[in-house]
Design a protein around this ligand. Structure first.
Ligand code: HEM
Ligand SMILES: *[C@@H]1O[C@H](CO)[C@@H](O)[C@H](O)[C@H]1NC(C)=O
Length: 173
């Protein structure tokens, strides 16, 4: 005989698996998406974000020789990194560009080739990027826009006085 109590028990016994399966069905796409998104976050957050306090770009000329002064070896001076002839002030990231730091190889010079090739070799930290393939040119341009959003532009690299041309700046300069 079906009492009220056993009817409730019966309905609950039926409902719980149905609710559970419905829940799992709809919940699953989300539970698999969340970790996938999360796994990207630590990588992104390692790099500094863009700034909104940048100054208008300056156009001061620096020879390759003059630029060397700003390689982080004198901590009283700013640190400059040039990409495709444009000079960025990276002093606020002295902990990565300063003397003895991981990316000091790019300080006080135009190291476009190394940035494009994702190479930290000293012989690649040169301004001439003319032989990079399309993929590496894209990497280089991505670095340019990364720097543009984070560092003040203080000038551009120009040919040395002795006539020893620095690398030709981009055509639009
Ligand atoms: C396994 C290899 C690498 C790892 C784990 C790594 C890791 C990192 C990390 C954690 C930062 C952030 C540092 C900070 O802002 O304090 C960074 C920045 C940077 N990485 Fe790498 N890196 C690697 C290889 C390279 C290579 C081969 C290049 C050569 C182009 C490179 C170029 C840079 C540059 C230029 C920055 C500074 C960006 C900025 O101005 O904030 N990295 N890297
Ligand atoms: C470091 O830079 C400061 C400021 O430009 C300068 O007065 C000083 O002489 C420099 N020191 C060395 C060792 O070159």
């Amino acid at each position: 005989m079906l009492t009220f109590q056993s009817a409730v028990t019966y309905l609950l016994a039926l409902a719980i698996p149905v609710i559970y399966l419905t829940y799992r069905h709809y919940a699953r796409p989300q539970t698999t998406q969340i970790p996938a998104e999360d796994s990207k976050k630590p990588l992104k957050s390692i790099m500094q974000g863009p700034r909104d306090d940048l100054e208008p770009p300056k156009d001061n000329p620096y020879t390759t020789e003059a630029l060397k002064e700003f390689d982080g070896s004198n901590t009283s001076k700013p640190i400059y990194v040039a990409i495709k002839g444009t000079i960025f002030d990276v002093t606020h990231k002295a902990e990565v560009y300063g003397r003895g730091r991981s990316y000091n190889i790019f300080a006080g010079k135009d190291g476009s080739r190394g940035l494009g090739k994702s190479s930290l070799k000293p012989e690649d930290a040169v301004a001439d990027y003319s032989d990079l393939d399309e993929k590496d040119l894209k990497v280089l341009d991505d670095w340019y826009s990364f720097f543009q959003k984070r560092y003040n532009i203080v000038g551009k690299v120009v040919g040395d006085e002795k006539g020893d041309a620095a690398d030709p700046p981009p055509a639009n300069l």
